[in-house]
Design a protein around this ligand. Sequence first.
Ligand code: IMP
Length: 195
Amino acid sequence: MTSDSLELVFATHNLHKVKEVAAIIGSRFIIKSLSDLSFFEDIPETADTISGNALQKARFVFSRFHCNCFADDTGLIVEALDNRPGVYSARYAGENASYEDNVRKLLKELEGKTNRKAAFVTVIAVIIDGKEHLFEGRIEGEIIKETRGTGGFGYDPVFLPAGSELTFAEMEESLKNKMSHRAVALNKMLEYFAK
Ligand code: IMP
């Protein structure tokens, strides 16, 4: 397979993620969004694992459009919360919770806890010519006590990657894109398809 010009539909409605992913792998793959296909319906995401959700979203788009596509699913895993919110990270504070609601709930649950260890885990499910592939990326870090920074999205303002003085929300996008859970998974995907 020549990966240089391969067109891939990204099974997400999150334009922030489309931009982030295109910045990481856009020179090797042509990333199309669901808006490019004029598709605005919700994509089912009902599995109880991160990889299950990534596969479910990719399979959904593949079955609808029969195109090469991929989906990602991410969870924030917090040690002191028995690895919650995990697969439920988007809906941690309730079905229609905003990023701010989720961060508020997280800080509240961690109040008084000394163990602040956390990790982001991303699984990318890719379907090319009908064949499924999974790639996982993980980054370790900790949850700080109050928000810092205005960049990124989701839990970025409270996630301090191990060895960094800046939260994901304080970093230049290009720095986050070098080290993030999503970047690690995407780079594994790039490496695989470069073979
Ligand atoms: P998703 O599966 O990629 O939609 O991610 C689920 C939830 O995890 C999102 O709603 C965000 O709250 C959070 N999340 C995913 N990726 C990131 C990230 O790069 N930074 C911070 N939060 C993230």
